[in-house]
Write a protein of this length. Structure first.
Length: 251
């Protein structure tokens, strides 16, 4: 029986790498993203990758999430793996983060809707089919910003990612008895379209703090997610795993 995986924010960057690697692992992958992302050059790989299908879903919309999951369960029998990767990180036009005192309520709400409410909505929607199957893997993409505070991203991003770590631990306590593991992965500086929007000086300073001397790649993160979605990771749950080239322990 095929194992279906949903990867949110799967049209580019880290999500695209995760979707492709899970397909290589044998999952039937559905990459979710916004329609404009799926229609861009960034997502052109989807049509060429066996085992990956695209679906336009806004994870901040309860209606869209519910409809999408119901259609996947009806057509494919259930969801075995969920990777909550979709996120936004607004910047000022000059590429610097918005200081807390300048953060608007609208920006706060927009970030929370995608980065924290979204994972809750999608997780809640897929859990019934995982519980019925007695097996499931949920991986939430967090961030170093949620572990030590947001240096590059804005206040709501750091708060939302800290919330992801709490979501992970609480869910793991609840669903472990059903054969479902829940973990989060906290990347540091990863070369993606999102990180490229930061000011050049910010990017240089971030790279200078990485002991291994380079930015991470989406494939670095995808390899860790691949393990957490495997049968071999059945005794790993409720944890946040750092992947940052050592920057978390750097001064």
């Amino acid at each position: 029986m095929e194992r279906v995986a949903i990867v949110t924010g799967g049209g580019r960057g880290i999500g695209a790498a995760i979707a492709q690697l899970l397909a290589r692992d044998g999952f039937s992958v559905v990459a979710w993203d916004l329609q404009d992302v799926l229609g861009s050059q960034d997502a052109a790989w989807i049509g060429d990758t066996q085992g990956v299908d695209a679906m336009a879903v806004d994870v901040s919309s309860e209606e869209q999430v519910t409809t999408a999951v119901e259609s996947i369960v009806a057509e494919r029998g259930g969801v075995a793996c969920l990777v909550n990767n979709a996120a936004i990180s607004p910047k000022r036009p000059d590429g610097y983060r918005v200081p807390p005192i300048e953060t608007t309520t609208q920006e706060w709400d927009a970030v929370m809707a995608v980065n924290l409410r979204g994972p809750f909505l999608v997780t809640r929607a897929v859990l019934p089919s995982m519980i019925q199957a007695g097996w499931g893997r949920i991986v939430n993409i967090s961030s170093t910003a949620g572990r030590q505070g947001a240096r590059v991203a804005g206040l709501p991003y750091g708060v939302a990612k800290a919330g992801i770590n709490g979501l992970t631990r609480t869910l793991a306590l609840e669903v472990g008895k059903h054969g479902i593991t829940v973990n989060s992965v906290a990347p540091g500086r990863i070369a993606t379209p999102m990180s490229a929007r930061s000011a050049p000086e910010v990017q240089a300073a971030s790279r200078a703090r990485i002991p291994v001397g380079r930015e991470g790649t989406p494939w670095d993160v995808a390899g860790l997610v691949s393990y957490l979605c495997s049968d071999e990771a059945g005794y790993v749950t409720g944890t946040t795993i750092d992947i940052n080239g050592g920057s978390f322990i750097a001064p």
